[in-house]
Design a binder for this molecule. Sequence first.
Ligand code: DGY
Length: 322
Amino acid sequence: MKSVYVTRSLPGPALGELAKRCKVTLHRKALPPSRKELLKNVKGKDAILCMLSDRIDKEIMDAAGPQLKIISSYSTGFEHIDVEEATKRGIYVTYTADILAEATADLTLALILACARNVVQGDRMVRQGRWKAGWMPDLLLGQQVHGATLGIIGLGRIGSAVARRAKGFGMDVLYYGRRQKEQGLATYAELDDLLARSDFVSIHASMNGASRHLIDREKLRKMKPTAFLINTARGAIVNERDLIVALKKGQIAGAGLDVFEKEPLPKSSPLVRMKNVVLLPHIGSASRQTRHRMAEVAVNCVLDALSGKRPDPYFLVNPQVP
Ligand code: DGY
C-alpha cells in the first residue's frame, strides 16, 4: 500500500476515501506541523498532501526520499513549494486551481460592505450596550457602495468573480493586470490611475517576486483619503508596515484584510487596535462546499499519481513532469 503524509485534517469525506486506498499518516493537531515534525513524517512517503502553511523545499524532498511521487497542495497558491526542485526530481506538484474563486469573491464583497457600512462597529455597539438612543439620523454613517468605483488589481478568476458581483451592486469597475478574459467586465487603468480613482481597491494578484510589496508607501499615497484597501489574496502583496502608517495618518479611510504578512496576525500588531480595519483569519475560501471540493481535488490528485496516472492537467502545476 502506498503511503501519504497529510499535514492537516480536512473537512468533508475525501480523506476517508484516501484512507481506504492508502496508508495515511495524518497530522491531527490544530497547529501546523513544526519543521521537525514535517521532516520526520515525510520520511518514506509516496505522497505529501500539504497546506499553504507548510514550506516544501529541497530539504523536505530529500527527507521524504526518492520514491516521493506527488506534492498535492490543498490551496490555490503554491508559493510555499519549490516547484523547480520538484520538477527536476520528476515529482508532480498539484494545487486546487481556481475552484475557490466564487467563495473568495463572496468574502471580498463581505469585506467591502463591512468596511463601507460599519458592519463590525455596529455589531460591537449593540452587543456592548453602547446603542442608547434608538434610531438616529447620523449613526454610523458609511460610504455608499452603489455608484462607487472599485479598482481590482489582478482580473483572473477571483478578480473577475468580484467584478461580476460589484456590477450587480451598481459599482463602476476598473482593473489593472493582464487582459480580461470575460469582455465588458471592467475598464483597464494603469495602477497609479486605478489607485487615484477607486473608492475601494481590491487585491487579487497572485503572490510572486513581482507582486511582493506591490502596494507600498508610495502606492498608498496615490489612494483617496476616503478609499478602502481590501486584501483577500496574500498578505505580502501589501507592505503591512506602510499600510499601518497610512491608516494611522488617515491617508486612506480603512482596510478589510483576510491575509497578513505573518499569519496568524500577532496580537501585538497595531492593526488589532485600529478601529478603521476589519480583520479576518484567512477564510476567503472557507465555505463548506468549496473546502470539501478542495479536499476532493487534492485527494484525487494523490490517488491518480499513486496509481500511475497523470494528475488532471487542470490541477497540475508542473506539466513538464512526464
Ligand atoms: C489558497 O488556497 O491559496 C487560499 O489562500 C486559502 O484557501
